[in-house]
Design a protein around this ligand. Structure first.
Ligand code: HEC
Length: 197
């Protein structure tokens, strides 16, 4: 370095020349080397935290969550619910999560924590067999209006007090476990969760 008293202060020139271009033989300044090595170290740690250990949340995860929340708000604002909207809701992570929360607080006591149903209390909701209608709108209606069978109210009371948005969300949660077009209709006496195995 230039502050070395032994050293000739004139720059040393390398003996070779390429296309008439000559090269100095100087050591790189420490601040420059420090920047180089610290960016290499940073890149390595960044790669480790983002892609290997996953300590730092991936931007795509955060972005997808934001987009789902946005779509969920748009869907919730739809005035006239229909099959297509309910199925779309059932593929939206935010709506499904909201619906799952409703299920966990209000439905699991009769339909079971795993949706498998409870004999004599509530029907199974995680299979493809539906007693009171095998469409998205029928499921929504059953939850919203409650279920009357042969003129008598059943244990399934109207959940209208929740408001359309939350009834739609819990419907979407149930539909998220179904394949569109593959819900099958069965008779009430054939509901598997209620028959003796
Ligand atoms: C007090 C108990 C009880 C609670 C709480 C309850 N249900 Fe039910 N649910 C029932 C019963 C009983 C039936 C079957 C009605 C019948 O007897 O035909 C039923 C039926 C259903 C059906 C129709 C199933 C089919 O095969 O067609 C759906 C959908 C449903 N419930 C969803 C819900 C949701 C969502 C909630 C929470 C918001 C909920 N239930 C809360 C008792 C309950």
């Amino acid at each position: 370095m230039s502050d070395d008293p032994q050293r000739d202060p004139r720059p040393v020139i390398m003996p070779h020349a390429y296309d008439g271009i000559q090269e100095y033989d100087q050591s790189l300044p420490n601040w420059w080397l420090f920047t180089l090595f610290s960016s290499i170290a940073f890149a390595f740690l960044y790669w480790l935290a983002n892609f290997v250990t996953g300590t730092v949340a991936d931007d795509r995860v955060a972005l997808n969550a934001e987009l789902a929340a946005l779509e969920a708000r748009q869907l919730a604002a739809v005035k006239n619910l229909d099959e297509a909207t309910l199925w779309k809701m059932s593929r939206n992570a935010k709506t499904v999560a909201d619906g799952q929360a409703v299920y966990a607080s209000l439905c699991f006591s009769c339909h079971g924590p795993t949706l498998a149903g409870i004999k004599g209390v509530g029907f199974r909701l995680n299979d493809d067999l539906w007693v009171h209608g095998n469409t998205a709108m029928a499921v929504f209606g059953n939850i919203n209006e409650g279920i009357v069978f042969e003129g008598k109210p059943t244990g399934m009371a109207s959940q209208k007090a929740l408001g359309t948005e939350r009834v739609a969300a819990v419907t979407a949660y149930l539909l998220s476990l179904q394949k569109e077009g593959a819900m099958r209709a069965i008779n009430r006496k054939d509901e598997p969760s209620q028959s003796t195995p």
